[in-house]
Design a binder for this molecule. Structure first.
Ligand code: FAD
Length: 528
């Protein structure tokens, strides 16, 4: 049977769009099918209330690979970064605060307010991260080797990684292994003594993870979050002008310019397989579409346990997919504000520099640990860690004049609550978060115009991410690199010939990086 398309992509998340753009650029006839009415998956901007354009899920960018921005000419398609300086503000209950950012002089002066030793160590800590990043970064755009294969090409890949690792030399290799495997807390405690600094840095180690900074694997999450760049400056996070949805918009525009067809409100309900080979998909309205290759941007659980019939897959593969950890403890609260929060420790008329970056409510490491402990026992944290950003401080295109949007990324609040439900707890939890903001910024509650509270089950329903896990599967050690999504299938291929994964379920995982879609496109092209 001849098909109208060479490749069908299930899902118009940013990775699906990256994959589509590269395939179309290489001359393939590509069709993207997105279940929602909007493209971008977790990388979207929506007008939630008249005049307020909200990046409903992801809210800051750093990870999007510069190679993709360049190859697809995304700037021409509307993508523009807004750097943040300062980029981080941690108000403290005792009236002090810590400001940090790309400006080295200000950062060191601020850290020295709490500890001169920490200020001396900080540049060396950043150098250490850079050394490890230099080793790991090239792996982001590589297909992981298969540890179970003796094929010469695969063994060659393993050897090359081993040789690069050896060349690091023993001291740096030790640092790298610690970053890859250890807990963030002991590393931060070795380098630093001041609690506000340690807690601020630790937020990166637990973002999106149902883990405390004391748990092994969190150092890698911390590292994952410093591996990006903003306009060429490493480790810096910025806003996207017009909101995160502009990333999806520019990718879709690039993909279309190369000839890709993109349909929204086109939910795939089944992947068609015959004799172990994919041959198309079925949409919710019953339409059958055929192609010799299908790439799924949905997570592994959705792809293999919902869209493919179980009999088409080896039982041990199905078991491995069932074992994937999708635990989540993240709630997103999107807020429209009448005015910026006026912090007790740094009062301001209107927008101040401290509103530019991420505002962290987590004064010390134990605060984060205790918030995690609540969630561990099935309760939402009574004192949660709040990561707040107000993109309107630097982008006036997102809200009516003088008004603001505040993104509150909150941890920890588990998907499964003990003895109650999210229907009952959603607003109680948001009220508690607002009470905490009120303590730090009196008048906050009175400034709230609208709010949208998104619990882990809401995320699953809205964005199709299993368990509400924001990374399409935990970024823990046993689910990284050659074991993402499961061991033996980290090369974007699946047990079904012609069926690929192209989303965050694959190496290098979650975040708006585009690397999964990029790598999947390369493998699909390699197969002809
Ligand atoms: C609340 C939240 C905050 C975050 N904050 C940040 C941040 O600030 N910065 C950052 O870098 N990362 C952040 N992340 C993580 C990041 O957004 C995701 O890891 C990333 O967007 C995943 O992209 P993806 O394209 O692989 O998958 P997704 O975004 O999950 O896209 C998958 C797409 O497939 C579609 N789909 C699924 N099933 C079907 C079907 N059957 N038929 C058709 N379509 C289907 C979905 O609707 C969706 O559009 C955040 C995530 C969340 C949820």
């Amino acid at each position: 049977m001849t098909s109208q398309y060479d490749v069908i992509i299930i899902g118009g998340g940013h990775n699906g769009l990256v994959c589509a753009a590269y395939l179309a650029k290489a001359g393939r006839r590509v069709l993207v099918l997105e279940r929602r009415e909007i493209l971008g998956g977790c990388c979207i901007t929506e007008e939630l209330w008249p005049g307020f354009k909200v990046s409903t899920a992801a809210y800051v960018n750093s990870l999007l690979r510069p190679e993709i921005i360049r190859d697809l000419d995304l700037k021409r398609h509307g993508f523009q970064m807004i750097p943040r300086n300062p980029s981080s503000f941690t108000p403290l209950p005792d009236g002090r605060y810590l400001l940090m950012g790309p400006d080295r002089t200000i950062t060191l002066r601020e850290i020295a307010k709490f500890s001169t030793r920490d200020a001396e160590n900080y540049p060396r800590y950043e150098e250490m991260l850079t050394r490890v990043a230099n080793f790991l970064e090239p792996l982001l755009l590589q297909t992981p080797p298969n540890p179970f294969s003796w094929r010469p090409g695969n063994l060659w890949k393993i050897l090359q990684i081993g040789r690069r690792f050896q060349r690091l030399g023993i001291p740096v290799a030790n640092e790298a292994v610690e970053i890859l495997t250890a807990a963030a807390r002991p590393i931060l405690e070795r380098w630093f003594e001041s609690e506000p600094l340690k807690a601020t840095l630790a937020t990166d180690a637990v973002i999106g993870a149902f883990a405390s900074p004391s748990q092994p694997g969190t150092a890698y999450v911390l590292f994952h979050h410093v591996m990006g760049e903003c306009d060429g400056v490493r480790g810096v996070w910025g806003y996207v002008r017009g909101g995160m949805g502009m990333i999806a918009h520019s990718l879709a525009s690039a993909a279309r310019s190369y000839g890709a067809e993109i349909r929204t409100q086109a939910e795939v309900i089944r992947i068609l397989v015959r004799n172990g080979r994919v041959h198309g998909v079925v949409l919710r309205d019953g339409t059958e579409l055929h192609a010799p290759r299908v790439a799924s941007n949905a997570d592994a659980h959705v792809t293999f346990l919902r869209l493919v019939e179980e009999k088409e897959l080896p039982p041990e593969f199905v078991e491995a997919v069932r074992r994937i950890d999708y635990s989540s403890a993240t709630v997103k609260i999107n807020v429209a504000l009448d005015r910026p929060p006026n912090f007790r420790c740094l009062p301001s008329e209107g927008v101040g520099p401290h509103h530019h970056g991420t505002m962290h409510i987590c004064p010390d490491l134990d605060y984060i640990e205790r918030a995690y402990d609540d969630a561990k026992y099935g309760r939402w944290a009574h004192n949660p860690m709040l990561e707040c950003t107000m993109a309107t401080a630097l982008d006036d295109s997102l809200a009516p004049p003088g008004k603001h949007i505040l993104s509150m990324f909150v941890q920890y609040a588990p998907y499964h609550l003990k003895g109650t439900t999210w229907e009952q707890e959603r607003d109680r939890f948001a009220d508690r978060c607002f009470d905490i903001m009120e303590e730090y910024a009196p008048g906050f509650k009175a400034s709230v115009l609208h709010r949208l509270v998104i619990s882990p089950p809401d995320m699953e329903r809205l964005w199709g991410i299993t368990g509400g896990n924001i990374m399409q599967g935990a970024m823990s050690l046993h689910q990284l690199f050659s074991f993402r999504p499961v061991g033996g299938y980290a090369d974007y291929r699946t047990p079904i010939r012609g069926l690929y994964l192209c989303g965050a379920a694959t190496h290098p995982g979650g975040g708006v990086m585009g690397a999964c879609g990029y790598n999947a496109a390369r493998e699909i092209l390699r197969d002809g």
